[in-house]
Design a protein around this ligand. Structure first.
Ligand code: 6R9
Length: 631
């Protein structure tokens, strides 16, 4: 594969090239794709507007790159291995030829149901293979997909449908997740009561549960497929036409519909996939994310398929039927690259290592992590028990907004370092800024992370609200993209993401990031996970409140609280010792596994009557429990 960097020297050379002349660098990479028409200009941008355009004037269809171009050389190779929720159901192997045919057929279903280029299609589906088919079918005809994670409530779904004025909804009767069944059609029905723009709802049959049927709106997926053939030419898309919208939560209020466009997104996700994971022909790659998140969009669907890879899609959860499921699936499908989130690793590390050890993981070559900072303990558990100390770990820092991985080691090419995302990918120029917005020149430093130059897969706007896009990402530090994270840099230029910069608490005049305090607490051998927030304090201004989960079987007591304070004191300093430590059974998490500190802050501040919207939580039930046991 011509896109792949193969040595440290080559990385350094490519990186240099990408910074000196980004347009030439990316034009060379872009030559490796199928374009219907080449660009007239590679890059045009003005971040004071802000505006960013890549491959101007070029025409393409991303599905020709993900499907058609592989048909001659690997038509019979498996494109998607679909692993069902229940291990007793059979996995599916879908070849590139079959996937192409399914995508074209479903694209025709969309057309028959009135969908045209530029129309928005909301996808609210479980992790069935048809979800990937649906995403690609939209792209095939130039419709804009807006995938909403199938764990969101009807209110959250309706808000997203209405924000983008979607014309058609794709959903399912229900979805399997562990031992639960989510009644997706019921939830969608409830949402659609307040969604006037939806003209059709196409329902995939997965669970066979009974559903209420609205004949003026609903049609069955399988019945619609009977009416079409699988011949569907790819729509001609401009490089800067919208490929999809994906919502990400803002720190306040309404979710932000991040807009990604066709050309740059394709080039960057493919390039980063091949380089970070060092994917080789014939490898089996598994990313455990849900396609409802950006990780699933970029690194289950588009990046891998455009690379001609075999990508695993998993319907279930890591704990079902037991906590060995991930490893059982790795063994079964001979997975070579495995990509998951620290929250999953911590949950699995809580359980006996026999659950890992009993499986043959010898095919694993690369491990990856994404979504939040990984603490030292979890990193080593992953390295020791899953990677057997022979697999490089790529800690990939990026965001919904960045479209692709920004800072990460390249597996086996550049060095990994526990808890560090390490070095920027070619084309990415991170800087650290001080509180006044000045670039910190010292290599070894800590500050606010910002990106200095455009890269192809940057989200171009927030759907329908360009002003908000400007305010959130381009106003804090003019001419820089501001991701909202803090970072520190070691003497070799490796970056460690320290957490959201809005998670800073000022205690007695000292700025304390909550992330390093949590890391320190998590180092205690009896602690699984923790979350630290500030709460108002008469003398200190703010004091720290720590919520701590301990391992099963540990009886938390004052002695343990004392030890935890000591660990924090030793690691960061006495100033960072939490005033209050509450032992809890769970932490409120978003569906993508991020701790919702907003709620914990309110509980700590005794403002429990007004917790705001908790409907998007994965585990709303833990909130009451935390309130009931509040210190
Ligand atoms: C891909 C994804 C983005 C935020 C980001 C940061 C955190 C993601 C991380 C990480 C430390 C990593 N984050 N990867 N923090 N190390 N390797 O997660 O997108 O859901 O938009 O979240 O997640 O805080 O700003 P998204």
């Amino acid at each position: 594969m011509t896109l792949q960097i193969r040595s440290l020297e080559e990385y350094q050379k490519e990186y240099q090239k990408s910074i000196e002349n980004p347009a030439n660098f990316w034009a060379e990479i872009a030559e490796n794709f199928v374009w219907k028409k080449k660009w007239s200009k590679v890059l045009e941008y003005d971040w004071l507007q802000p505006e960013t355009k890549w491959f101007l004037g070029a025409q393409l269809n991303i599905t020709e790159n993900c499907l058609d171009r592989h048909l001659d050389t690997k038509g019979d190779q498996t494109a998607i291995i679909w692993e069902p929720n229940s291990p007793s159901e059979e996995a599916k192997h879908i070849s590139y030829k079959e996937l192409h045919s399914q995508v074209c057929a479903f694209a025709n279903v969309l057309k028959n149901n009135g969908v045209k280029k530029g129309d928005r299609v909301c996808i609210y589906m479980p992790m069935v293979a048809e979800l990937a088919v649906a995403v690609l079918a939209c792209a095939r005809i130039g419709a804009v997909h807006s995938v909403v994670f199938a764990g969101f409530s009807s209110t959250a779904l309706a808000a997203r449908i209405n924000d983008a004025a979607c014309k058609v909804l794709l959903t399912a009767d229900g979805g399997f997740r562990g031992d639960k069944i989510t009644p997706l059609k019921d939830i969608a029905d409830e949402a659609l009561k307040t969604c006037p723009t939806i003209q059709k709802s196409i329902v995939y049959k997965r669970t066979n549960q009974e559903v209420t049927w609205n004949p003026s709106l609903d049609v069955w997926w399988h019945e619609e497929l009977e009416k079409v053939d699988d011949n569907c030419p790819a729509e001609v898309m401009d490089s800067e036409d919208i490929l999809f919208i994906l919502y990400t939560s803002g720190s306040t209020g309404k979710p932000k519909g991040m807009v990604h466009t066709c050309g740059g997104y394709m080039v960057y996700t493919t390039y980063s996939f091949q380089n970070v994971f060092q994917y080789k022909e014939g490898d089996i790659y598994w990313c455990t994310a849900d396609i409802g998140w950006i990780t699933g969009h970029s690194y289950i669907v588009y990046g891998p398929l455009s690379s001609g890879a075999t990508t695993v899609m998993f319907e279930g959860v890591p704990s079902y039927p037991d906590y060995g499921r991930f490893w059982e699936v790795c063994e079964k499908h001979k997975v070579n690259q495995f990509y998951t989130a620290p929250t999953a690793i911590r949950a699995l590390a809580k359980h006996p290592t026999e659950l890992v050890d009993k499986y043959n993981l010898s095919d694993l070559k690369v491990l990856g992590t994404v979504g939040e900072p990984i603490n030292e303990e979890a990193w080593h558990w992953y390295d020791d028990h899953v990677g057997k100390n022979k697999c490089p770990i790529v800690d990939t820092w990026w965001q919904t907004e960045t479209g692709g991985m920004m800072i990460s080691s390249l597996a086996g090419i550049t060095k990994d370092k526990p808890t560090f995302a390490t070095l920027p990918l070619p084309g990415i120029q991170p800087v650290l800024l001080d509180n006044d917005g000045n670039e910190i020149q010292n290599t070894e430093a800590e500050g606010i992370l910002a990106i200095k130059n455009p890269w192809p897969s940057l989200a171009r706007t927030i759907y329908g609200d360009h002003q908000r896009y400007k305010n959130v990402y381009f106003s804090a530090y003019p001419n820089h993209y501001f991701p909202g994270d803090g970072a520190l840099r070691d003497g070799q230029g490796n970056y460690r993401i320290t957490g959201r910069v809005d998670d800073v608490v000022i205690v007695s005049g000292h700025n304390l990031g909550t992330a390093p305090i949590e890391n320190a607490i998590n180092e205690h051998e009896k602690v699984v996970e923790s979350a630290v927030v500030g709460f108002p304090h008469d003398i200190k201004g703010n004091a720290l409140y720590a919520y701590v989960i301990t391992y099963d079987g540990v009886v938390p007591d004052d002695e343990l609280a004392k030890e935890i304070r000591q660990v924090v004191s030793n690691t960061i300093g006495p100033i960072a010792k939490p005033d209050k430590i509450q032992f809890v059974s769970g932490l409120p998490k978003t569906r993508s596994g991020k701790i919702m500190r907003r709620i914990l802050r309110k509980v700590a501040a005794n403002e429990t009557s007004n917790l705001g919207d908790v409907s998007t939580l994965l585990n709303p039930e833990v909130v009451q429990n935390i309130i009931d046991n509040k210190l």
